[in-house]
Design a protein around this ligand. Sequence first.
Ligand SMILES: Nc1ncnc2c1ncn2[C@@H]1O[C@@H]2COP(=O)(O)O[C@H]2[C@H]1O
Length: 440
Amino acid sequence: MTIDPRSKEASAIRQLIPLKRIPQDCFDDLCAQIAVAELKAGSFLFKQGDDGNDLFYLLDGRISLQTEEFKVETISSGSEASKFALAHQIPRKIDALAETDIRFLRLNADMINQEHNTPYQEEKNYMVVDDLEDNDDWMTTLLKSPIFRALPPANLQRIIIGLEEVCYEQGESIITQGEPGDYYYLIKSGQCLITRKPTPTAKDIKLGQLKSQETFGEDALLSGEPRNVTVRALTNVVLLRLNKENFINLIKKPTLQFIDYPQAQTEISQGATLLDVRPPDEYQKNHLEHSINAPFFSLRMTLKTLNKKQPIIVVCENGKTSEAAAFLLLRNRIKAFVLQGGMEKVPDQPVDKPATFAVDEHDDETPLSVDEAAKTAAEQPGLNSEPDSEQLKQTIAQLEVKCQTLRQERDELARKYKQLFKQSEKMKAFLDSLRNGNNQ
Ligand SMILES: Nc1ncnc2c1ncn2[C@@H]1O[C@@H]2COP(=O)(O)O[C@H]2[C@H]1O
């Protein structure tokens, strides 16, 4: 039995993703081609390894997504998770078992492609959400972000289930600098202010603002370090928060890619950049050959100066801060790896090649001046206010290191030039003496 586009059932189906976004006439056509089916409790809707190109949506009842070893999650009709196609990677990664009698919709992905000019496609098992255009919809924006769009749909479903809504009044503190990390946040509505105290007794320095749909609070969850800034409600805000455990399991684990030192060397030989995110003094003590220094505390400001054409391998002391740095790079569409275990796990460290900056050759082939670095910092999204003077000082310190390095390189070249000049003079004298000997 096909579906009447004006029926209550059709309105429910219209809420499914991506059917919510297709034009009404396309949806009407689709309704003529699809049917709702039923399955008894205890039957499998699909099994691990199945490779049919169908999308299944749960309309009524409860279904368990599971492997032989464990249950991944239970999806109930009417929940946010049920708006998505059930575990739609092909071939199926898990079984879908009806826990109760269920009603479901089976859609062939090609059917949507035909009906809708913007096709619904699978890209490496990732959920493609380019066709979702409503910017007021936090979920749409979230699904479009580079981190979330690469997550498996099962994780997205569990994230949506795990999100908890919390409200703060204007002026209230959401995150306090120095406290341990507990939640990852998404701003559903309102604006937040980011400030930082360079020292416990210093005044707050305004670093920037975050607006609705933006996320924050991942640094401490990834690095294990205390919160690096204070975040306050600038207006009344509604936030969605995900606890640390869910963030680690559902977002961090499928997102970050770790490599060991030999793998890093292979990547470097193929053009990857080695980015050391420790503070400059630690970097100066010892660092890997060809690594460049961009301390994590100022990475948001120096992001624009990085060469984005090649992957970046992030290194720190033990690998933890690198996780936060790599996450930041990935959020900004830069391919990044974490050097697992950091400097502590590097066998024999070939250290002490002078530090250089990674400059995005595409944008700018010359190193940044202090003024340009400050300008770049001011242009960062979410950083359109006064830059942190402590961070600027660090940027200046890095530029000074860079200057010093260039001076050393220049002196070294001058020394070599003198040597070669002397040698060539000697050679000339020798040749002259030979010529004179021959002439006599
Ligand atoms: N300069 C900044 N601009 C925008 N967001 C920031 C900045 N510094 C820190 N944050 C975010 O604010 C969060 C505060 O908590 P975390 O340190 O866990 O993670 C931090 C980042 O997600």
